[in-house]
Design a protein around this ligand. Sequence first.
Ligand code: NA7
Length: 540
Amino acid sequence: MSDSDQGNASFEAIVIGAGVSGLYQLIKLRELGLRTLVLEAGTGVGGTWYWNRYPGARFDSESYSYGYSFDPELQQEWEWTEHFSPQPETLRYLNHVADRYDLRSDVRFESRVSWVHRDEDEGRWRIGLEDGDVFDCHYLVTAIGALSAPLTPKIDGVGDFAGPEFHTATWPHEPVDFTGRRVGVIGTGATAVQLIQEVAKTAGHLTVLQRTANWCAPLHNSEITPEEQADIKARYPEIIAACNETFAGFIHDADRRKALEVSDEERLELYEKLYAEPGFGIWMANFRDVLVDEKANATLSEFMATKIRERVDDPTVAEKLIPTNHGFGTRRVPMETGYYEVYNQPNVRLVDINDTPIERVVPEGIQLDGETVDLDILIYATGFDAVRGPFDRIDFRGAGGRALSDVWRNGPRTYLGLAVEDFPNMFTLVGPHNAATFCNMPRCIEQNVEWVSDAIAHLERRGAESIAVDPAAAEAWTEHVHQTADRMLLSKVSSWFMGVNSNLEGRDTRHFMLYAGGLPYYRQRCEEIAANGYEGFTIV
Ligand code: NA7
């Protein structure tokens, strides 16, 4: 399609977002012969990896387990240089994919969607952009990501700082020089941990403002040697197949033993082994009861606390870095490379804002209770309105003009995390209650995209006009999502997994945003539903 075609407003399919899921969805819709347009807010492809350019941003997934697997030639020609790829390389990879399959010609950049309305007379979706342009389509696929609605904190004076200020998720394209500068970072989530390690290397002084300590685990990143590269390339089918059989699509899978059934020595042996190994093993390949049984979890948390005490010189600082309100792995585990040692540096100060609350942001920096922290640069690593935020920021209206925010008034209600009642012919890749939200994303994204593409192919073959979720099916899936989460300790803890966010009104009660039944069961359920003629949907 040429640029001039993009000016035509009508398409058979529109995809919102040109990140990992949107790019693959475009490839699959083209294979079906559908005239497709992708609407992308950024100036380039990449989604998460386009926006999150902050120093230190990188995979926590093994690089070769993260890349697309749909084309063996793509796997063979691309060379990941590190076991956990840094953001610039990942963005290059996604641009390579866009080039290789000539995807940009069907992407309209700088096109932020502000509303999506169902035209029931025409049986089409109308999509309005911020710039006023309007498009319409038969099939709509949202590929808007789970972590793409950044939030600044609800703190008085945000915006009053006189110097440069940044949110990690809208980082400038030009490098920021921290040399000799006084830098403040608000937040200590997975993003902040990656960032702090980098900023501390050159900043004149770094102040970290921590509200909740998180359990961080060593990443153990390294370069991929030529021998490892050859081995990875020879074993790609095996690696991807193994990921697809694990709970969350990673190369790591739970140890079949229980922490409380083995001897103290055996338990410690596994903890030490996993702590010394690269990646999420300590979270994903641990004893199978540590994320569901409080006593089992306590043994692991105690082990991790000992490590923090060993690595941080000042015992008072070490205690501040040890979480006290949640067990290991019940919130997203930040992966680190020398994070704890940062607090041994003379140019770094940890402020626990529970002891010394932030009063407000002021032109000079941050006003704490009784003290002003003067800053040259202020960074918000304060996260996102996760999972549902990207939907809430678009005015979605379905059948009968019903707002999505109304359907989700008491929390998301979806079928398979892929479709919503009253939103016919609309599919939500990586939507709330979708296994892809709790997954090594591309492994689940490929499953999502292929399932949606098969569903659309089914409709096209039958000459059907629309597919719509039965409310009872959405009800049952939502209930299943909650029951599955209730078995896990993470459901007892406040985090973005649970939809809790202090920066948003009315978001203080827990409502699970992800799907924790595991990728194999999720895939099987999706396949069964398709095999049963799209059970739970009405096709007309
Ligand atoms: P997270 O994990 O939501 O972390 C945000 C951090 O910012 C966290 O430490 C928050 O503390 C802190 N925060 C948020 N609002 C405030 C206010 N108002 N005052 C002080 N501190 C605040 O976001 P990330 O970007 O780190 O990671 C998101 C995901 O992206 C990550 O899990 C990966 O999957 C990739 P809190 O814990 O709420 O007390």
